[in-house]
Design a protein around this ligand. Sequence first.
Ligand code: PAF
Length: 286
Amino acid sequence: MSSLQIQHTISGAREVIRQWLASGESVVLVPTMGNLHAGHMSLVNRARSLADRVVVSIFVNPLQFGPNEDFEAYPRTPEQDQELLEGADVDLLFEPSVEEMYPDGKEGTAVVEVPGISDVLCGAHRNGHFVGVVTVVTKLFNIIQPTVAVFGEKDFQQLFIIRRMVEDLNSPVQVVSVPTRREDDGLAMSSRNRYLSPEQRSVAPGLYATLQQVAQQVQSDDDSLEDIEDWGKRQLEELGFVPDYLSIRERHGLSTPSPSDLDLVVLVAARLGSVRLIDNLVIDRV
Ligand code: PAF
């Protein structure tokens, strides 16, 4: 029988967690926006091995969506999510309302910002997005008080920024990352994939295929990284994507690589119709 508890209020969640901590149990948090798929469940499975109690939060965070983005349309599937978590040995589902998390509205809340890195790549195309992400993650850390939190590597820049926040603010939470889960054809699993039409779905694996070709060119060609990035963007356009960016970065600082940097990552965001997909691939320059 499932032992999943569900709390919608901060005080309710805190009471459950207070009892666990009082009896010496450790807590791991998996923050999500719901519409759970196999990618999320691999985070949950990893979480199981990291602490005594597993907490999953489901909160579609309005603060990280811009005015013209898909906050209203973001898929919400609470019954299906609950069933999945019941079958996955999760101890607590924390599922607050917007009013519970932002009682003074999203304009009235204090925010947490990691400067600089939040304004490039996805941040350059989604104004204020990472302030929203880092603010809600900080709030969730304060509410749940986990020793560990688990995030997916598909959101490479998000993961990087959260690690920076943890370091800069001396947060005691350990951040653990889990590799991207992919469909058989290479498409990274994402809640937004469900919005792809059948035709767009058949094109979508081209995003990862392009990253693989970019990685191969970095490893085998003499072309400059700028030329390879330009090739990648053109390739995406030919496939039918509208790229926001395709950028090769040094992967530990997300800076523009110098010739001596060997640990790279290529990051991409591109649209198919109104669906925005992101992905990334680590490249070891040889
Ligand atoms: O990656 C996500 O689903 C969200 O950005 C997160 C980390 C749950 C914050 O809302």
